[in-house]
Design a protein around this ligand. Structure first.
Ligand code: GLU
Ligand code: MG
Length: 443
């Protein structure tokens, strides 16, 4: 783990934060949807809470987005413990009396990580890289839409900005209330390494980019970026959504992940300046591993029924398990940068994906490629296998992928699959507006 968890340190740090005017620590963690769950703890109680761990009903990880605990009949709704990673404490710029702290989930006796904790799964995969003398590096890239709540609008929301070709514009034309520039500033001051903000390709779609760092920290920052953007949008009276394809007439939102490996001497293990293409053999092996597991990974990368409407031809989202040099249609793009910048961009992720889960899954798949010295198919292969076309198909692939199930943990995968199959069941039972529009008049 990135930090050593010690009661005495928590007390000291709490005292320091108290002197800076912090009254409350907000202890948060990612559930299997990537949603932040947590509890607020008065600063005076934080040292004690950090020592004991903060209990939550463990069914929190098996609860769907309509409030149903999707659990076995014999579930007893026992506890898990959230234990703060003190390295992640950060004061919230828009609410400076509050400090956020990311938690790891543990068993009540504190002997083992909670098996369905996404952050714990990522930590385990990173430990396997450490055994090889490698440290994974990641850079999250997230898109989202900003919406106004409007009871008179067809679905209760309308787009914050609704003009064609606002792509890559900045300033009041594409951010009339200065909300995005405030978000950028807040994300930077929150320590998320914010680098740029812009209006993306679709109407009212935005992107705030953040830098790269070690995989656990990067996944935390991806998770916190979503949490921060959603929270700041609420403060501005808006709704920020990371659902992948909120509108029929606009493109979707992606969660691209940039990955490389750092060697013990600090050099980029994907780079080899002596090689004709400037890339070390580890990069194609990693690519081959991710492609070999692409169908199963799709369940994590595109984890909603909605996500499959984003992954269509000519959309800048992939439809095949392929790769290419500076190819934005491919599942894996190898950007042109070399040396420190040599990396793989995974373009398959839907913005709704959970940061810890996808980084864990991708790294586990890449590691399999390295351990087996796999070789990728040719770049830009138009006949590369198609990615699953539905969440149901992707979940079947994930469940059948023994390598990924072992790497992420059987209980995590089983909980995720059960939760998501229940979501599909509810979706399939629901009569949609499309059906009424299509059939009611004519049939
Ligand atoms: N919005 C596209 C997607 O869904 C990505 C556009 C881009 O390359 O930034 O993945
Ligand atoms: Mg983008």
């Amino acid at each position: 783990m990135a930090s050593v968890w010690m009661k005495r340190d928590a007390r000291t740090i709490a005292d320091e934060l108290g002197h800076e005017g912090v009254t409350t620590v907000r202890l948060i963690y990612s559930d299997l949807h990537g949603v932040a769950r947590g509890k607020d703890i008065p600063i005076a109680a934080f040292g004690e809470a950090a020592g004991a761990g903060v209990p939550f009903c463990s069914a929190v990880l098996a609860t769907d987005l309509r409030h149903t605990p999707v659990v076995d009949d014999d579930e007893t709704f026992g506890d898990l413990l959230a234990r703060p990673d003190l390295d992640t404490l950060r004061i919230v710029p828009w609410q400076p009396e509050v400090a956020w702290c990311v938690a790891d989930l543990w068993s009540p006796d504190r002997s083992t990580r909670w098996p369905a904790c996404p952050r714990g799964a990522l930590a385990s995969v990173c430990e396997r890289y450490a055994d090889l003398g490698l440290s994974p590096t990641a850079g999250p890239e997230l898109e989202f839409f900003l919406l106004e709540r409007d009871p008179a609008a067809p679905r209760g929301v309308r787009r914050y900005v609704d003009t064609l070709s606002r792509s890559y514009t900045v300033g009041y034309v594409s951010d009339p209330r200065g909300v995005v520039v405030d978000m950028l500033d807040a994300c930077e001051r929150l320590g998320l390494q914010a680098t740029t903000a812009t209006h993306e390709f679709s109407n009212s779609q935005y992107e705030i980019t953040i830098g790269h760092s070690s995989a656990l920290d990067a996944a935390d920052r991806g998770f916190l970026l979503k949490t921060a953007v959603k929270e700041m949008a609420v403060r501005a009276g808006l709704l920020a959504t990371f659902m992948g394809k909120p509108f029929n007439d606009q493109g979707g939102s992606g969660f691209h992940v940039h990955l490389s490996l750092t060697a013990a001497d600090g050099r980029n293990a994907f780079a080899d300046e002596a090689a004709p293409d400037g890339l070390s053999p580890l990069l194609p092996q990693f690519v081959a591993g991710v492609l070999a597991h692409a169908s199963a990974l799709t369940a994590l990368l595109a984890p909603t029924v909605n996500a499959y409407r984003r992954m269509v031809p000519n959309s800048l989202a992939p439809t095949r398990a392929n790769w290419g040099h500076d190819d934005r249609i491919a599942f894996l793009r190898i950007p042109l940068e070399r040396d420190r910048g040599a990396r793989i961009e995974v373009r398959g992720g839907d913005a709704a994906a959970g940061a810890h889960l996808i980084v864990a899954g991708l790294l586990a798949a890449g590691l399999d490629g390295i351990e087996q010295a796999l070789q990728p198919p040719p770049a830009g292969d138009p006949a590369a296998p198609a990615l699953p076309r539905s969440l149901a198909a992707a979940l079947d692939q994930l469940e059948a992928d023994a390598t990924l199930v072992a790497a992420l943990g059987p209980e995590l995968v089983a909980t995720f699959v059960r939760l998501k199959r229940f979501e599909i069941e509810r979706f399939n039972a629901w009569v949609s507006d499309w059906e009424l529009d299509e059939y009611a008049d004519h049939l």
